[in-house]
Design a protein around this ligand. Structure first.
Ligand SMILES: [Fe+2]
Length: 380
């Protein structure tokens, strides 16, 4: 791969259901993912950056190796998993959710329920993340089967030392089909959204930027975001807002002395807006739980965590309005790739302990940093 074939691929933008207005996502039909020509590869890479989420149906037979190779097409120089070896840190909030495929360490198994044998992993128990382990306030037991939350809006990125992956792929291997649920924001807005149980929800960070006021756009273009060192350990005692969009500030984050050694040079300071390499559009792209400080155009540093979070939440919240959320209705064999530098995504839903769900996830720490706004960039 790649070698020469005649392309039969066609790209079909996702049609949002009535009431929804999101403008991203596309299904690619006719792709032979294990025999892609170089022009197929160009088409797929372009499709990702134009549609942010691309979906291939009926890919159940795709091997972990092929999944890794396809995910690599978006960043051929990248090699290691997006979180490096940090998942080994038992205190990381990511640790319980991911199990590494032994033969392909860039690929992780996620899901729910007992699994006897899968990809060299034997007798494992997967646990679908539930908001009760992360949110400050939770849905009551009696409402929990019918209602859910956005678990945690995020970018797949270590945000310390390593560069944010360009693309993440997800293969739905086993999907228990059950009734839809209501996803509640519970943030005082009254907002809610019907979605399939276990749906992965996406929002476009380009839209999130586009709907800002001109003043906020200028702020976003000129502000830098400093992430906490070892962010997933740092935030481990803290709790999330009910809409999954960042943390509540209760001074629970770990202090530097409680973290693994910190190398100043590995702390990530990234632009607040990330530029799409194909369309040139700007995404308001901030990991709302991992942010620690904002550095303004004039060099002022906002380091009051509560204030930092309030600013980021105020700017991001309009972008997760129910009509802007694309919840994937997973079917077995679905293979989705998303532009990790242009969307936020989150787990939703809850499963009973015996409901078996298996997904394979792959991403790589990028070979290069994110693109910020061009000098003097205003609108595209
Ligand atoms: Fe993720």
């Amino acid at each position: 791969m790649p070698h020469s074939t005649t392309s039969t691929m066609t790209i079909h933008p996702i049609t949002p259901p009535p009431g929804s207005t999101y403008n991203f996502g596309a299904e690619i039909r006719g792709a032979d993912l294990e025999n892609l020509s170089s022009s197929d590869v160009d088409t797929i890479v372009r499709a990702l950056y134009e549609n942010q989420v691309i979906l291939f149906k009926n890919q159940s037979t795709l091997s972990s190796k092929a999944q890794y190779e396809i995910t690599s097409l978006f960043d051929p120089e990248a090699t290691g998993y997006g979180h490096g070896k940090t998942l080994d840190a038992k205190r990381s909030i990511l640790h319980p959710d991911l199990k590494t495929v032994p033969s392909q360490p860039q690929v992780q198994v996620i899901g729910n329920g007992p699994v006897e044998s899968f990809e060299g992993l034997e007798n494992i128990t997967l646990k679908h993340p539930h908001h009760k382990t992360f949110h400050k306030d939770v849905i009551s037991e009696e409402d929990d089967r019918e209602n859910t939350r956005f678990y945690r809006w995020h970018i797949d990125a270590a945000l310390y030392d390593l560069e944010p992956p360009k693309a993440t792929s997800l293969l739905a291997v086993k999907v228990p089909k059950t009734a839809k649920m209501t996803c509640r924001y519970d943030d005082g807005s009254g907002d809610e959204l019907r979605l399939p149980r276990g749906s992965t929800a996406f929002v476009s960070s380009y839209t999130m930027y586009d709907i800002l006021s001109e003043e906020d756009k200028e702020f976003a273009r000129t502000t830098k975001v400093q992430y906490a060192p070892h962010p997933y350990i740092w935030m481990s005692p803290a709790k999330s807002r009910s809409n999954g969009l960042g943390l509540v500030t209760e001074d629970l984050e770990l202090s530097s002395s409680d973290l693994p050694p910190i190398e100043e040079s590995k702390i990530k300071i990234l632009p607040m807006c990330w530029r799409n390499p194909v369309t040139g559009k700007l995404a308001l792209q901030v990991h709302p739980s991992a942010v620690q400080k904002l550095i303004l155009k004039d060099g002022t540093v906002i380091d009051d965590l509560k204030e930092v979070r309030e600013i980021v939440h105020r700017m991001q919240r309009p972008g997760i309005a129910p009509e802007l959320v694309y919840p994937i209705d997973w079917e077995e064999g679905d293979f989705a790739i998303f532009n990790n530098r242009g969307v936020l995504h989150t787990v939703t839903g809850s499963f009973l302990p015996e409901e078996v769900r298996i997904f394979r996830q792959c991403n790589m720490a990028a070979s290069e940093g994110v693109l910020g706004p061009k000098e003097d960039q205003e609108e595209d």
